[in-house]
Design a protein around this ligand. Structure first.
Ligand code: 8YV
Length: 308
């Protein structure tokens, strides 16, 4: 049996499935991580769970594959893996629906004040408020998608059903039914909603900066279901405080699970704990996909979902 180092948190069902094919070395729960690595490093064939940097790769002389639990792999130093001939895999596709569903859910929650109305009713304030406050709506509004990849398309499909007009910004014009922008600020000016679903890491850091946020404007809404690193968070908070940005629905944060108190206390935000793929079905499928990649790689020499 090949030996897999569990470097960070993985769901129980994924660990269970993995243990049917491999011997697991649980660095994630080891008390003395350096001692654990010193003892087992030479035996390790693959890694899964958590972040993997060049330093960890260098401690594992026989490492051949890093199977990431997640479609985003900004937690893995892919360049370092490439130079060491280590294969990196991710979990594309199986989470598209769950992430898209939460994106739409957050948009509807923000547009229709669902969390605030819930609090109002629950706290017994409805009799004094009498009528529900009027809100915006998705129908008839313009949506701009930053990153029209697999999940971006799943979001667009659902937003079309909500009668939204779709635009997108990305590196290439995909020649489809949606309006393409090669300039993010121009798209932010045009749309009412900006949904971020681009990969994190180098190249997208603080892509949504003060200029883009202000272009979205006082009636604009920002939704981040991708990575906190893509937004200039202080600029977004300042714009929300000053009424230069209408609202934000956020599933991801720069320093999650932490965030500035100002952000937690703003009235015009809906906050979510990085839950895009967090459904029973999706997480189970992602776990199986991680194991399928490891099994395929060690059986055939070819992984199913290599990222490079
Ligand atoms: C996380 C995600 O990976 O797939 C992604 O890129 O952001 C999520 O599915 C998941 O939360 C892993 O803990």
């Amino acid at each position: 049996m090949k030996n897999i180092l569990i470097a960070g948190n993985l769901p129980q069902d994924c660990l269970q499935l993995m243990s049917q094919h491999f011997t697991l070395f649980r660095l994630d729960v080891a008390e003395d991580k350096s001692a654990f690595l010193a003892e087992h490093a030479a035996q390790i064939d693959g890694v899964s769970g958590g972040s993997v940097d060049a330093d960890l790769m260098d401690k594992l002389p026989n490492l051949k594959i890093i199977a990431n639990f997640g479609v985003g792999y900004d937690n893995i130093d892919v360049e370092a893996a490439k130079t060491r001939n280590i294969v990196v895999t991710n979990t594309p596709n199986r989470l598209n629906a769950a992430v898209a569903e939460l994106a739409l859910g957050l948009m509807i929650a923000l547009a229709r004040r669902i969390p605030k109305n819930h609090e109002m009713v629950r706290n017994g304030h409805w009799p004094s408020v009498k009528r529900a406050p009027l809100t915006g709506q998705l129908a008839g509004a313009k949506l701009g998608i930053l990153g029209l990849g697999r999940i971006g398309k799943a979001i667009a499909k659902r937003a079309v059903v909500c009668d939204m007009e779709i635009s997108y910004f990305g590196r290439t014009d995909q020649q489809n039914d949606y309006r393409y922008f090669d300039d993010l600020t121009a798209m932010a000016h045009y749309v009412d909603w900006l949904v971020i679903i681009a990969p994190g890491g180098e190249g997208t850091e603080k892509l949504v900066n003060a200029e883009v946020i202000e272009a979205l404007g006082p009636d604009g809404h920002l939704v981040n279901i991708a990575r906190g690193s893509i937004v200039d968070e202080p600029a977004m908070i300042a714009a929300l405080e000053q009424g230069k940005l209408g609202g934000a629905a956020l599933d991801v944060f720069e320093n999650e699970p932490h965030m500035p108190d100002t952000l937690r206390n703003l009235p015009n935000v809906v906050l979510s704990p990085h839950a895009g793929s967090a459904t029973h079905v999706t997480r189970r499928q992602m776990g199986a996909q991680v194991v399928d990649n490891l099994v395929a790689f060690f059986d055939t020499g070819k992984a199913l979902d290599p990222v490079m």
